[in-house]
Design a protein around this ligand. Structure first.
Ligand code: SAH
Length: 339
């Protein structure tokens, strides 16, 4: 049976070609055609022998993602709804911001972690995406938009570290020099805090950035809104993250959604300051986007006071503007109904 070629990293393609008796270096040429020259037809790969092109056509095919909907927000954020071959759906979001053009990728159909404020996991996990389904989100969107994507974030539907193998494979494909050659530091993987896979990611030395959805520096509150904290508690998570940022020599980013009257008091800010003290990190504050659960958007005063506390303590933070709310494309609003 023919295989989906976009599920192959360069080294996997090399071994596949050499088992068929072809020179492994040809894999680099194939990668270059697909990801640098955007060619999805083996017959057009003219620097490869006819014999090998025929063999490639016999053994591999090019998968495609079907777009079922494309919506543009008043702030120019765009949301793409894709239908997968089994009828399941996922979403990707394109976020233009000055000279930065970010693509937000999904890694799973649904999510099993059940964070109380996030609708992506409201119906649990249906399945993992394949590497090609992740890679194809990039290839499809980049083929449709005028701008060049400068950054990718695994912050769409799903928990990328729960689909570790395919996430890593997709990153290897994106960053392969002979192909797309996407900058490692321009890719961020976001996690709700899956300790063993954070350690594994560190061992693999992929060089991508890590974001962690923190949302509270108080373990009790965090457990209430993020059940994953019961399995991987805050204290242990922080130890692993400190090691991660030290060995990567790069700051970890903490995502902190501000929920009105829940995690925005002066005391909450002080707990956060204490937790992150001395650590090489950045904080990304995200005012809660109406999604699901009984949460409130923070008042402007709550946001201001919280920011002031962090500033006074000398912590580096950014206050993220919510993008694409009118088309439900903001953090925690991606749903993609699946059957
Ligand atoms: N599972 C990964 C990837 C999802 S990223 C993770 O948890 O990091 C999506 C980001 O949006 C996470 O930081 C998530 O906690 C945040 N988020 C989810 N629902 C939200 C909401 N309603 N308002 C603001 N941020 C939200």
């Amino acid at each position: 049976m023919a295989e989906d070629i976009k599920n192959y990293t360069l080294s996997e393609l090399k071994s596949a070609l050499s088992t068929k008796g072809f020179a492994p270096y040809c894999a680099g040429q194939v990668f270059n055609w697909i990801y640098a020259k955007k060619t999805e037809n083996f017959d057009l790969m003219t620097n490869i022998s006819k014999e090998m092109r025929d063999s490639l056509s016999e053994n591999f095919y090019f998968s495609k993602l079907k777009i079922s909907k494309r919506e543009v927000s008043s702030d120019k954020t765009e949301k793409f709804l894709f239908e997968l071959s089994d009828g399941a759906s996922i979403e990707s979001v394109f976020i233009p911001e000055g000279s930065r053009f970010t693509l937000c990728l999904s890694s799973q159909v649904g999510c099993k972690y059940g964070c109380k404020f996030c609708i992506s996991g409201a119906r649990g996990l249906k399945r993992n995406l394949t590497a090609s389904e992740i890679v194809n989100q990039y290839l499809t969107v980049s083929g449709l938009i005028a701008e060049k994507i400068t950054n990718m974030v695994f912050m769409g539907i799903g928990e990328p570290l729960d689909n570790f193998e395919m996430t890593v494979k997709a990153i290897k494909i994106f960053t392969e020099h002979k192909g797309l050659d996407f900058g490692k530091r321009r890719i961020s993987v976001s996690t709700c805090g899956i300790i063993p896979q954070i350690e594994e990611l560190s061992r693999l030395k992929l060089g991508v950035k890590l974001s962690v959805s923190l949302h509270s520096a108080d373990s009790e509150i965090r457990s209430k809104i993020m059940p994953v904290n019961n399995k991987y508690p805050l204290g242990e998570l922080m130890k692993v993250l400190k090691n991660f940022s030290e060995s990567e020599k790069y700051p970890v980013t903490f995502e902190y959604a501000l929920f009105g009257s829940l995690n925005t008091s002066r005391l909450d800010a002080q707990k956060l300051i204490r937790l992150l003290k001395g650590m090489n990190c950045k904080i990304n504050l995200i005012p809660y986007n109406a999604s699901q659960g009984a949460f409130k958007q923070p008042t402007p005063l709550e946001v201001e006071d919280f920011c002031k506390e962090l500033e006074n303590a000398g912590l580096f933070y950014t206050l993220r503007k919510s993008r694409g709310q009118d088309i439900h494309a903001a953090c925690g609003q991606l749903y993609a109904l699946w059957g």
